[in-house]
Design a protein around this ligand. Sequence first.
Ligand code: HEC
Ligand code: HEC
Length: 429
Amino acid sequence: MNFFSISLIFSFFLSPVFAQDKNIILDPVIHERLNYYNIKPLTAPIQDPNRAKIFLGKKLFNDPILSGNKRMSCSTCHSPGLGTSDNLPMSQSENQKEILRRNAPALFNLGLQKKPFMFWDGRVHFDLNEKVFTTPEIGLNGKIPKASFITKYLSSALSAQALFPLVSHNEMMGEKGENEIADAKNNLEAWEKIINRLKNNDQYKKLFQSAYPEIALRNINIGLVAEAIGSFEKEEFQSLGSPFQRYLRGDKAAMTNSAKRGLVVFLGSGKCINCHQGSELGNTSLFASVAVPQWGAMPASQDYGRAEVTHDSAENFFFKVPSLLNIRLTAPYMHNGAFQTLKEVVNHYDWLSHSLKNFEVSSQRRHSMPVEVELLNSPLVLDEIWLSSQISKNPKISNKILLTPLEKNYLLIFLSEALTDPKWINKKE
Ligand code: HEC
Ligand code: HEC
């Protein structure tokens, strides 16, 4: 890159942010950058013709019958009224007395663009070419899985994901001794018992028959339950109407000028685009460490994220790069809800090492949790987290971007205003 092109980029990226009245040049600059980063508007997928399957999926998603003690449903932690999440830093456990170690992610557009990895650490994976699953349940994995009677019905990582909250003791199953599902000796047996519950229920018998008329009731298995839930999630949690999406589709008036300046920061001096890529400003095949402080229920232990799946210590503290759609509606933020507001997130990125070292949990926050929480901030731990964000395997992230107050403001306006789909605001606010 020669001096001329560098100075050109500088003038492109700095001047529009500061020059309040030169609005006119924002659109061409943004247009050029969006092209460069190949950011295209999202397109709606074709509607699933099997309406009975979607209806079944909706019922299952909202029904505590799937949980061992019949008190949790998927929607307990993924509530449409709470941005398809639960507003908590870390979700509450099935018995309401503990917390899980991670934040419940939003479910927007998970069924679009064939996303191959599910969970913060990507432990559910579907290889789209080979049609092979890799999951925490060995029976589902590989080219010829032992439980192929289940995988043959699963069309995506999203559908496969739905199998796992069902067999997690503190999410949905409950503890041993409490119910027949929790007493099962392995996942396959627990799934079988859940299916038996449903087959003994007259309403579900009918719903299965209408959703899967070609399959005899005795052959219905958990794969079809997961596929129905996945199909419902794909259709229900779509978000295509944010000002940013409308802008990408060509409506130049969809975003305010302040939001446009924020987008320029996002793509330019903020370097957010290094990881938050594509139409959804996320990359569900990319894992990275952004030096997020670690905390959790006492006694807290480190959450190594992706490395816990790959056993590659060069991926310690790597988490999936989340999409930023409707981000205003899904606080708190990060895999463990460490940050409560978008402002805190932006300040974190502004100077990573400083934010990591000085992170504190307010007493108000501590008191709002059902358990004692602990911050892992010994110098050793902080070093380890910090290093993970700076090693060569990590996508590029600067320690300091040091945005001006004005740039920060614009970035916040872009994140909170332009990425929020009115369809989902009405469900929440
Ligand atoms: C007790 C709260 C709770 C319940 C109940 C629950 N979830 Fe979740 N969900 C979470 C948490 C926490 C995570 C993140 C866990 C992780 O990444 O390790 C998650 C992750 C997910 C993801 C992955 C999203 C992504 O971007 O990777 C999907 C999809 C999902 N849940 C769907 C469901 C479905 C379907 C059900 C019901 C069968 C369900 N959840 C039940 C809390 C819950
Ligand atoms: C090196 C890659 C990388 C860069 C650069 C990056 N991010 Fe992130 N971002 C991530 C990852 C990975 C996470 C999840 C981290 C975690 O939970 O530990 C994340 C999480 C977030 C979240 C919280 C999302 C949620 O659902 O909780 C927001 C908001 C965010 N980033 C905004 C930004 C902004 C704004 C910038 C630019 C100033 C930026 N990011 C730069 C990788 C990156």
